[in-house]
Design a protein around this ligand. Structure first.
Ligand code: CU
Length: 185
């Protein structure tokens, strides 16, 4: 009887031990898989992030595209344009109205800091032959052509030093409604 009991005890112990070992092995396996999985996911994420960053660097920091529209109601779609210092700005002006250039012409004129808009616009009226850009003005940083309904025009220029500038449409009377801030950060 005693040896039979001992044998039972031995069996139980072996069974318990092996059960315990199985559990441990499984746990260990799971942890390993989990860690590997996590590591892989992290690696993939890091690769994706760095790839996105690289793309953002080449596109967003070097060249920025701005789409500005003007309509028959004498309105720009943007009252504020934000770019970063050193960026190359590709600005497209689109006239989404139907009226002609002679009655509802629009342009984009970027003015130097501190330009008095009223006096600049007043002067611009005298320069119809030059699409309302004063030829002798030192206030203009850059400007587009004057366009009419259905037309569009683009200019590419380097963003001026950080600061806040004004942009207007210099067609007679338009600057009152058609003006905005060009912010270089
Ligand atoms: Cu205009």
């Amino acid at each position: 009887m005693k040896s039979y009991l001992k044998f039972l005890l031995f069996l139980c112990t072996v069974l318990l031990m092996s059960c315990g070992d199985d559990k441990k092995d499984k746990d260990v396996d799971r942890i390993t898989i989990g860690e590997e999985g996590t590591l892989k996911e992290m690696d993939i994420n890091e690769e994706n992030n760095s790839a996105t960053d690289t793309t953002a660097t080449s596109e967003d920091q070097d060249v920025v595209e701005v789409m500005l529209t003007g309509n028959d109601q004498m309105k720009f779609n943007l009252s504020e344009i934000k770019v970063k210092e050193g960026q190359t700005v590709k600005l497209t002006l689109k006239h989404v109205g139907q009226l002609g250039k002679d009655v509802m012409g629009h342009n984009f004129v970027l003015l130097k800091k501190g330009t008095d808009l009223a006096s600049f616009a007043q002067k611009a009226v005298e320069f119809k032959s030059n699409e309302y850009i004063p030829e002798d003005s030192d206030k203009v940083i850059t400007h587009t052509d004057m366009i009419g309904g259905g037309q569009e025009t683009s200019i590419t220029f380097k963003a001026p030093p950080a600061g806040t500038y004004d942009f207007i449409c210099s067609f007679p009377g338009h600057y009152i409604q058609m003006q905005g801030k060009f912010i270089v950060e």
